[in-house]
Each structure stands twice: as structure tokens, then as C-alpha cells.
Design a protein around this ligand. Structure first.
Ligand SMILES: [Zn+2]
Length: 563
């Protein structure tokens, strides 16, 4: 039997090679060019600032966390003013303001001075390169609070310099998960309000690893097929009751859809699974000091275990949207995750913020990913269309401008004397197969994505600023699967619809939240506006996104001053 099969295969292969020779001779390349095929490559590189690393040129503290070594005289696990430390000149060489400043891993997103004391799981830069013909689009998700296209010494412009132009990368979309248990990549969470929490050498390290991840993904592209799917809490109860709004800020609107893109290679093997869901990754809250990527860690781990390949988690329109257990806890809230009870204990409204609970939340999100994959459809890719437009507008958040002037934030260029601080970023609309991707440079309120007209709050007419309504963006996306890359390529804070934007006031103690006219009905003060670079972000983004999708600027009042 064995002999027979060998003979058959020899006959077959000689027949095939004879056929190929004839085919090649008869069909010159210019007459029958090779068919362009959709290709995908992926790479994941840990960016955790912990322990020895071949590409780490900075110092390591006694705990193993990277940072300037210090003598912890009072044994509280962090550097306190007055404690001796080794001021690494490498940081000062990158940012002159670092001289005499303690540089280390301050965790961002809650209060100041939360220095990391150890590592629980990794932070990642996970890159997917999508290729069709001459187009090579890199999508990179990083487990940090936010990143920038034009920061003073780090960010996308620096990363581009580290990438070999021969790789032919057309565009790079960097999106941050907005992890609140990650190193300060913005500057606002250092020792105190006026101290830059960024660690210059570490930011340069992140840039290098992102460039490496893109390079590896670009070098490993292979012929691929794409599958698209989505689900929501009705179809996937495992994600029901997971999203809340900060202190219950109205309207109760969420982007409840979880979307997936799965790329498979030869013999159906998974190359990558892109997961797009919409809430703040901050389930470990403000007292944790161990480095972790929060619930996306367990999502990715479970998805990779079951499906193989690399899982890439991307946060979408997460403005005002928190993970359950955060600031808007009610006694009837969901407390059961992955089959286990995590009761509300703190003052009867807050759970214990444990890794066990965070992982259980992640596994429940992963179950929804499997639901979406089980219903997913194959989608042929016959091109990758990339449309982009610049978004430029003056900043009007006085707190941001003050911190920029003090060098605490480095998230833009300092303007010439007498000129305004500018927000300069991009909006992308990408189409491939039945998928469309829109990017948003901050924490987009879901109302702005779904259309303010349909989703606006109606509880308090007195609160309406009378600013014109922004155009809906989702309704203009004409492909079946509508993805949102949040905080991409920048994080300019909350993108709050104009009719509901009540600006904070500022004094020496910092921003003071505006009171809602319906405060007496229990409506919270307007927190998000204190963390929004401009009151004009929502109309500027929505009008530009709509014009990219429609091919022309909407004729709406909100879009009149948007160029
Ligand atoms: Zn946020």
C-alpha cells in the first residue's frame, strides 16, 4: 500500500510540474498578473517595566519595578519627599524638567502618587498589520491610559522614525485600552498635581517596543481570511449589567455592542482575534499598586487558550462608561461573574477589588467573544480603503493649558507667545470587507457615536446649553460591522456632546466641576468636562468623521465652524 501511494504522489507531482511549466510558458506575468491577496501579520511584545530586560537602559528599584533607586526610609513602598534617590541623568537628557525629580512608575488614572510596588500580569503592545497590495495598515493596542501622536519626546512621530521605511507601512493606528492600572504616560499622576508623573526613559522604551511589534507583525504577514461578528448583552448575558455611567450621569446610554474581527491563515489556524468593547478597564480601582492590564488580561488569555493566535483588545467609545463596581453602585447591581459571587461590602455599595473578581469579569467578556465568533460571518477582503482627515482646534481647558505650560503634560507643542494651545490630531475611517473602522482621539461619549438627537438626555431641559446637535456617526457607517478605535491616535480626554457640556471653573485649587441644573434631582456634577481638552471636541470630531464617511461635510449648524 505504501509503495502504491508513493507512486501516485510521484506521478501527480510530475504531472503538476509539467503542467506548471506549460502554464508559465503560455502565460507571461504581464498577461496574467498574480492575484493580490489579503494578508495579516501579528505580534505581541510585553512592555511591563519590571525586572531585567535586554532593551532596558534605565535603573531598577529594589522591588524589581523600574525606576530611580531610592532608600525607603519609612518602608511604605514608595518614594517620599526627602528620601535619598539616584537621579538618573538619562531621564534629564530626554526631559530637562526631570532634573532633581524622582522618576519611577506612577500608576495613572486615579489619584496622584500611586507608585507601583510589583507586577501581577503584563502590559502589552499588540500589533496587527493588515495588508492588501501596496497598503499596509498597522493597528497597535497598548495597555496604557493614553498615548500621543505628537508629544514632545515620545509617541507616534518618534515611533515612525524607528520603523524601516522598506517595510512599506502606510499608516499606524495606535489605540490605548485606557488601563487605569498602568504607568503614567500623560503626566498628571506624579508625586503631586504639579509634578510630572512620566518616566522619560520608560516612554522611550514603549516607543521602541511598539516599533518592534509593528516590525515583527509586518514581517510575518501571511495570506488570511477575515471573519466578522458582534454580540450584545441580550444575546450574551455574560456581559449584561457590566457597564455603568460615572456617578449615574444621564442619559443611561451605552455602546453595548461587542465586536470581533478574526483573522485565520492556512488550514483555518487563528492568526489574530481583534476584540472591540466599550468600557473603562479600571476594575482594580485606586488602591491597587501591582502592575496589571486589568480585565483585558483575562479576556485575552481565555480567547488565546480557546481559539489560538494572538488576541488584541481594543477599547471603543468609553466616555463616561465605567466597568461595574466603580462610582455608580446600586444595591441591585450585578455581583456574580463567571459563576462566582463577589458581594458588595464596602459601605454596602462597593465590592472588594480583587484580581479574582477582575479575572472573572474578563472571562465573562471572553464568553461574549466566543458568542460573537460562533455567529461570525466570513467577509472577503478585496481592498483596504483608508481615509483620514486632520482635526485641529484650540484647546480651551484652562487646567490642561496650565499643566502644559508647567511641563507636567507634554501632549502637544507649546505655542508661540500669544498663540493658543492647539489640539492637533487625525480622524481615520477604514473600510475592509464588511467592516468599517472609525477612530476617535479621546474618550468618546456613546451619545456622540450613536447620534445626540436620538440618545440625548431628556431628564432636565434646563441643563441644555442650546449648542447645536452633532451629526450621528454610526448611522453613516455603511458596512455591517462598525468598529470604534478609542483614544486613537491621541487621548484628549472626554468627548462630551455640546448640548450637555457645562464647563468647569478654575481657581488656584484646580478645576471646579459645574453643577447640573437638576442637581436637586440627584444628577451629579459635571466631572467629565474637567478632563476634556476642549468643549469643541465633540462637534469637531463628529463633523469630520461624518464628512469622511459621507464624502462631504454635513450641512448642519454644528458643522459650520468645523474645517
Ligand atoms: Zn477615562
Amino acid at each position: 500500500m505504501r509503495h502504491f501511494f508513493e507512486e501516485v504522489s510521484v506521478v501527480l507531482s510530475s504531472f503538476l510540474s509539467a503542467f506548471l511549466i506549460i502554464a508559465l510558458a503560455a502565460a507571461p506575468v504581464y498577461f496574467n498578473p498574480p492575484k493580490i491577496q489579503f494578508k495579516v501579520g501579528v505580534s505581541k511584545i510585553a512592555i511591563t517595566p519590571f525586572g531585567p530586560h535586554t532593551d532596558w537602559d534605565g535603573t531598577i528599584t529594589a522591588s524589581g519595578v523600574w525606576g530611580e533607586p531610592f532608600t525607603d526610609q519609612n518602608n511604605n513602598g514608595r518614594w517620599d519627599k526627602g528620601e535619598p534617590f539616584e537621579d538618573d541623568p538619562g531621564n534629564t537628557a530626554i526631559d530637562a524638567d526631570s532634573k532633581d525629580k524622582y522618576d519611577g512608575i506612577y500608576l495613572a488614572g486615579f489619584g496622584d502618587n500611586r507608585l507601583a510596588t510589583g507586577k501581577r500580569d503584563d502590559y502589552w503592545a499588540r500589533a496587527i498589520v493588515l495588508e492588501y497590495g501596496q497598503t499596509r495598515l498597522a493597528v497597535v493596542s497598548i495597555d496604557v491610559l493614553g498615548y500621543y501622536s505628537k508629544a514632545s519626546y515620545y509617541g507616534l512621530e518618534e515611533i515612525q522614525k524607528l520603523i524601516d521605511p522598506r517595510l512599506g507601512i502606510t499608516d499606524i493606528l495606535i489605540t490605548s485600552t485606557h488601563n487605569h492600572e498602568a504607568p503614567d504616560t500623560i503626566g498628571a499622576w506624579g508625586l503631586n498635581t504639579l509634578s510630572d508623573g512620566k518616566y522619560p526613559r520608560y516612554l522611550k522604551f514603549i516607543d521602541r517596543q511598539i516599533a518592534k511589534a509593528i516590525t515583527e507583525a509586518a514581517r510575518s504577514t501571511e495570506i488570511a481570511r477575515m471573519k466578522l461578528g458582534s454580540t450584545d448583552p441580550k444575546l450574551s448575558p455574560s456581559i449584561a449589567g457590566m457597564q455603568t455611567r460615572t456617578h449615574g450621569r444621564p442619559p443611561p446610554v451605552f455602546d453595548e455592542e461587542l465586536r470581533v474581527m478574526q483573522f485565520t491563515g492556512a488550514r483555518g489556524r487563528t492568526i489574530a482575534t481583534l476584540i472591540n468593547w466599550n468600557t473603562h478597564p479600571e476594575s482594580m480601582e485606586d488602591e491597587n499598586t501591582l502592575m496589571t492590564s486589568d480585565f483585558p488580561h483575562a479576556v485575552r488569555e481565555m480567547v488565546e487558550k480557546r481559539l489560538g493566535g494572538t488576541a488584541v483588545y481594543i477599547s471603543g467609545d468609553i466616555g463616561a462608561v465605567e466597568i461595574i463596581g466603580d462610582s455608580n453602585n446600586k444595591s441591585g447591581d450585578r455581583t456574580r461573574f463567571d459563576g462566582k459571587e463577589f458581594p458588595l461590602i464596602k459601605r454596602g455599595v462597593r465590592p472588594a477589588f480583587t484580581f479574582e473578581r477582575t479575572d472573572a469579569i474578563g472571562r465573562d467578556v471572553a464568553k461574549a467573544v466566543f458568542d460573537a465568533i460562533s455567529r461570525a460571518e466570513w467577509s472577503a477582503v478585496s481592498g483596504i480603503e483608508i481615509k483620514k482627515a486632520p482635526l485641529r482646534l484650540p484647546m480651551d481647558n484652562q487646567g490642561y493649558m496650565f499643566l502644559l505650560s508647567k511641563g507636567v503634560l507634554d501632549t502637544g507643542r507649546k505655542p508661540a507667545e500669544g498663540q493658543p494651545y492647539l489640539i492637533e490630531t487625525w480622524v481615520y475611517a477604514v473600510t475592509l470587507g464588511d467592516a468599517q473602522i472609525i477612530t476617535t482621539p479621546g474618550e468618546l461619549f456613546p451619545e456622540v457615536f450613536y447620534g445626540v438627537e436620538a440618545t440625548r438626555r431628556r431628564d432636565c431641559p434646563e441643563a441644555d446649553t442650546q449648542r447645536p446637535i452633532e451629526p450621528g456617526v454610526r448611522e453613516r457607517m455603511n458596512k455591517k460591522y462598525k468598529f470604534v478605535l478609542g483614544l486613537c491616535p491621541d487621548e484628549f480626554g472626554y468627548i462630551v456632546p455640546g448640548y450637555d457640556f457645562l464647563a468647569p471653573s478654575f481657581d488656584l485649587s484646580g478645576p471646579r466641576k459645574a453643577k447640573d441644573p437638576c442637581k436637586s434631582k440627584g444628577i451629579p456634577d459635571h466631572y467629565h468636562e474637567t478632563n476634556s481638552a476642549s468643549s469643541q471636541l465633540a462637534p469637531a470630531w463628529a463633523c469630520i468623521a461624518a464628512s469622511l464617511l459621507d464624502g462631504k461635510m454635513p450641512e448642519m449648524e454644528a458643522c459650520r465652524s468645523v474645517k
